[in-house]
Design a protein around this ligand. Structure first.
Ligand code: ACM
Ligand code: ZN
Length: 749
């Protein structure tokens, strides 16, 4: 599979003659060898294509004709006398994906020893065409010899957390193929949604494809087997193998919501609507679980021609297996040391099952725990474990796909285009031992390539492209050329600028190279008594469209560049647009008129500095139920005791304060809440006290406590006291310490 090109490249310098045509060549990924020629080939409606008559080559010819028509407006001749472009098999072009492309004034020749090579030659030819429509175009003379450094160049999309329509996936396949990515890893099942129709188990999609969101709305969707065949064929026409992932034994809440009989507890479950790692996983002690999953895999195998099937294997907590009599019985019967051994037993079973169907199993690197068969392909992602994962996989004889350094859900400023480009997947992570360094060199051939996963907790069809591009172009070149030095990156950067024209033409909402698309903040402006909505923009020509009535901002909504004053309370929504393309879901702010807005707040105990400052308590902007929304003021093992000076005696109709509960994060509602009022700051009257009982069954979220007297109260000073819980039931882990109190707006009306 993997063929290093060193033999070819050594001693050959890559020369680009300084003709004006060559200056326009901006191919990504950069060909291994490229030499500019003299002049150009004049392509027009008299040009035809000569090619072998096999079905696949004729499909490639059709693809080339259509592409030329779309890009230039030129309809190539179909006359048998017309020529100019030749596609030909040539066994001397070594390598499964290798090709040669020669453009001279006499014509264009693409040679390869395989269909795959011919197709990549066609994709390179497309990158030589101008973008403008014309009756004829000049293709610069050039001679290219090309082949990839790595056989596996992948992109993964998680369609479980957010669903992506077939049209979105096809658009990505077009783009990925244009840059010679050859694997689409389709992460089809998750806790939050099962997305592949399985005829034998209709509840997987009737039940498992739909979840109830926090606000009560239903979210979901799935791909019919026809949709899936459609995507596979579309990908295959573009040289892309579609690899299905069916997660097991973990990340299976949606499947177990549909068929709880395959969980350890067999209790009803809901499809997850929050993010995280969930404890209910497939019961390995139940033989029927194996039958069920084999039936599922049978339908998957029948659908997907890919030689690989991904079974996940990551993040499977063993809590349920520890408490399950059937799982424990199996563990002892098999003489397994622990639950990791059970996971290994489970994974090996499915590896053999897949092998019996001529499929190679891929799994996330946890499949190494408890021992893995050497024929499995390991997808390495846990970079925080240093070199230990690669060490284990390489020594065990596994082939590996490296994805940890390329997580596209990482913010654009945390994983920049340059970071992606500069990462060398054949090198050990620092710190490394000489043994590890040597191991990587000796086992280099086991490194199949790399993949960039897009996990979708925070990705959706609006913002996904800004996370995928241009970083995917950097990965495409990383894995094609395996060059990472400053010079290579500088050269890539220049060619990338030219590629933006292509991405614009394809209406791709690509992101900036090293900063977020847009960061929105709202401040209260005490001087004017209104709010300022600020945008930190990743592009100068980004437009921020907003509404103040809670409606979704549309292309015709008012826009601003860097900041705008907002007078109206209510729901403020803002969306980034660029070149008429929408870049994200709306960011919402809940604004409320507050007599305390902008007034001085004195806190008896300082809040934690990693959360919002005290001023956030009185800015007229309410926090959401999201812990990290930047609006919560937080106290760690201490209490809220805030005094607000309204500057003069004021008639108060209501006081209303918000708190958050998030049990996993040890954020609890307070044990007691007291509101007091004073006209002199010395003598206080208690207005309200409340002592909410500890309720672990309470769903995580925000709660507001409100005081609303029959007659308004007059006061200049307001004091809010909220105390952390001092006692908790024994069932609460680690008792009443290491607790957080989260409070937001103190609304005085
Ligand atoms: C993973 O990111 N859980 C493979
Ligand atoms: Zn069990």
């Amino acid at each position: 599979m993997f063929k290093p090109l060193l033999a070819w490249c050594i001693g050959l310098s890559i020369i680009i003659a300084s003709t004006s045509a060559a200056a326009d060549i901006n191919i990504i990924p950069k060909p291994q060898q490229m030499e500019a020629g003299e002049g150009s080939y004049h392509l027009d409606a008299h040009t035809g294509i000569d090619a072998p008559t096999s079905a696949r080559v004729q499909q490639i010819v059709g693809f080339l004709r259509e592409s030329i028509h779309e890009q230039t407006g030129i309809e190539l001749s179909r006359s048998s006398h017309a020529h100019g472009i030749v596609l030909a098999f040539d066994p001397t072009v070594k390598g499964d994906e290798a090709y040669r492309l020669m453009v001279t004034p006499r014509g264009v020749v693409i040679q390869a020893s395989s269909d795959r090579g011919l197709f990549w030659g066609v994709q390179t030819l497309r990158q030589l065409l101008p973008l403008e429509h014309a009756s004829s175009v000049d293709i610069p003379a050039v001679s290219i010899k090309d082949a990839p450094a790595f056989a596996y160049r992948g992109f993964m999309l998680d369609v479980g957390r957010h669903f992506y329509p077939v049209s979105f996936i096809k658009k990505q396949l077009d783009l990925l193929s244009y840059y010679k990515i050859n694997a689409f890893h389709w992460h089809l099942t998750e806790d939050q949604g099962w997305r592949i129709q399985i005829h034998r188990y209709p509840k997987l999609t009737d039940v498992g494809a739909w979840r109830t969101e926090e606000d009560g709305s239903r979210y979901g969707g799935f791909y019919t087997q026809n949709d899936i065949r459609n995507v596979i064929n579309y990908a295959r026409e573009r040289n892309i193998t579609v690899i299905p992932e069916i997660e097991m034994p973990g990340h299976s809440t949606a499947a177990l919501a549909a068929y709880p009989e395959y969980s350890c507890t067999k209790q009803p479950l809901a499809v997850a609507h929050t993010w995280g790692v969930f404890k209910d996983i497939y019961c390995v002690g139940n033989p029927q679980t194996f039958v069920f999953l084999q039936h599922v895999l049978d339908e998957v195998i029948a659908l997907f021609p890919s030689p690989y099937v991904h079974i996940g294997g990551d993040e499977a907590p063993k809590d349920r297996w520890k408490d399950c009599a059937a799982c424990q019985a199996l563990m002892h019967e098999q003489g397994l040391k622990d639950e990791d051994g059970l996971q290994s037993y489970f994974v090996k079973h499915f590896q053999s099952y897949l092998e019996s169907k001529s499929k190679t199993m891929i799994g996330w690197d946890e499949i190494l725990e408890g021992g893995a068969d050497k024929n499995a392909i390991v997808e390495v992602w846990r970079m925080w474990l240093g070199n230990s994962v690669m060490h284990k996989a390489l020594l065990n004889g596994n082939r590996v796909i490296m994805s940890g350094p390329f997580y596209l859900d990482s913010p654009l400023d945390k994983l920049t285009v340059k970071d992606v480009y500069r990462t060398d997947i054949t090198k050990t992570a620092s710190p490394s031992t000489p043994e590890d360094d040597q191991l990587f060199v000796e086992h280099r051939a086991q490194i199949l390539g790399g993949e960039a996963p897009l996990w979708s907790e925070h990705a959706n069809p609006f913002n996904a492209e800004s996370k995928i591009y241009p970083r995917m172009l950097a990965l495409a070149e990383n894995l094609w050329t395996d060059k990472h030095d400053d010079a290579a990156y500088g050269d890539f950067e220049q060619r990338l600028q030219a590629q933006y024209r292509w991405l614009d033409a394809q209406k791709v909402a690509y992101g900036p190279e090293s900063e977020p698309v847009a960061v929105y903040t709202v401040d209260y402006d005490a001087q004017h008594g209104d709010w300022q909505l600020h945008a930190k923009r990743g592009f100068d020509n980004l437009q921020n469209r907003y509404t103040v009535d809670g409606s979704d901002p549309a292309p015709q909504s008012p826009s601003f560049d860097d900041e705008v004053a907002i007078q109206q309370a209510g729901t403020l929504k803002v969306v980034p647009y660029r070149n008429d393309l929408r870049y994200d879901n709306a960011t919402s702010f809940s604004l409320a008129h507050n007599l305390a807005s902008g007034r001085a707040v004195t806190l008896a105990q300082a809040p934690d500095s990693s959360y919002a400052p005290a001023s956030s308590l009185v800015d007229g902007v309410l926090a959401t139920s999201e812990l990290h929304d930047g609006r919560w003021v937080a106290w760690h093992d201490s209490n809220l005791d805030a005094t607000i000076d309204l500057r003069k005696d004021t008639a108060i109709h209501a006081i209303d304060v918000g708190f958050l509960q998030s049990l996993e994060s040890r954020v609890l509602l307070p044990e007691s809440v007291t509101f007091l009022a004073s006209s002199d700051g010395q003598h206080w009257t208690t207005l309200y006290t409340h002592a909410p009982a500890f309720d672990p069954s309470l769903l995580d979220g925000a709660q507001r406590f409100r005081f609303q007297p029959q007659q308004p109260v007059t006061a200049r000073y307001i004091r809010i006291e909220a105390d952390q819980r001092k006692t908790l039931p024994a069932s609460f882990p680690d008792g009443a310490k290491d607790l957080w109190l989260f409070s937001d707006e103190i609304l005085v009306q």
